[in-house]
Design a protein around this ligand. Structure first.
Ligand code: B4P
Length: 192
């Protein structure tokens, strides 16, 4: 099994690059952002609770997203590997993910970390907000709150996986194809 985490601040290209990576490497895409937005669209109690938190730019509670990932792993017992996009976002989520994968006798091969400057992140997200209908993308204050949340709670995920020498930094500015090539160069090391 090949399990990869695509890591980086909001707007760094995780969703964009995930779409391409899953096609090339036949991985199952697990995006907690997408899973939460499906719950919101279906107006489930979980979705309603999550929407209020996401609209402020904050992180949804660990137990909610860990539960969603646990169910998604169980629902895909024959997958040849997973691409985690936007998860884990806290140290507690990282520890939980490692335990869930251990139950499947597997582990994270690499954390690919997309590096993008803050001005570019804000520009991209405001641009996406013009068409995405995502309420967390339309207001610059909320976008800045998401970036603050990233520095406060999520950047430690890279520290956590660094202790196992699993983090690879990738320049996340340039064309989508240039960044995809750089990511593939890393992933290929685990597939050959
Ligand atoms: P996510 O859905 O994970 O979304 P994201 O971080 O905003 O964006 P992503 O990084 O995937 O966007 P992309 O760059 O592809 O999270 C949303 C919210 O859900 C969080 O704030 C949180 O509240 C909640 N949540 C999710 N997971 C959670 C968890 N594990 N724990 C707690 N809460 C959680 O795209 C951005 C834009 O950039 C696009 O318009 C794209 O076209 C553009 N772009 C991409 N690459 C580009 C390039 N090279 N050049 C120019 N533009 C580019």
């Amino acid at each position: 099994m090949l399990n990869i985490i695509l890591f980086g601040p909001p707007g760094s290209g995780k969703g964009t690059q995930s779409e391409k990576l899953i096609v090339k490497y036949g991985l199952k895409h697990l995006s907690t952002g997408d899973l939460l937005r499906s719950e919101i669209a279906a107006q489930t109690p979980l979705g309603l609770e999550a929407k209020a938190i996401m609209d402020k730019g904050h992180l949804v509670p660990d137990e909610v997203v860990i539960g969603m990932i646990s169910s998604a792993l169980e629902a895909n017992p024959t997958s040849s590997g997973f691409l985690f996009d936007g998860f884990p976002r806290t140290e507690a989520q990282s520890i939980a993910l490692d335990s869930l994968l251990e139950l499947k006798n597997t582990e994270i091969a690499a954390v690919l970390s997309l590096e993008v400057g803050e001005d570019e992140l804000i520009k991209r997200l405001l641009q996406r907000g013009l068409t995405s209908g995502r309420s967390d993308d339309t207001n610059e204050e909320i976008i800045r709150a998401r970036i603050v949340e990233y520095h406060k709670k999520t950047s430690v995920v890279a520290d956590y996986y660094s202790q196992f020498d699993k983090v690879r930094n990738i320049k996340g500015e340039g064309t989508v194809d240039e960044i995809f090539q750089a990511l593939c160069k890393e992933v290929d090391q685990y597939t050959m």
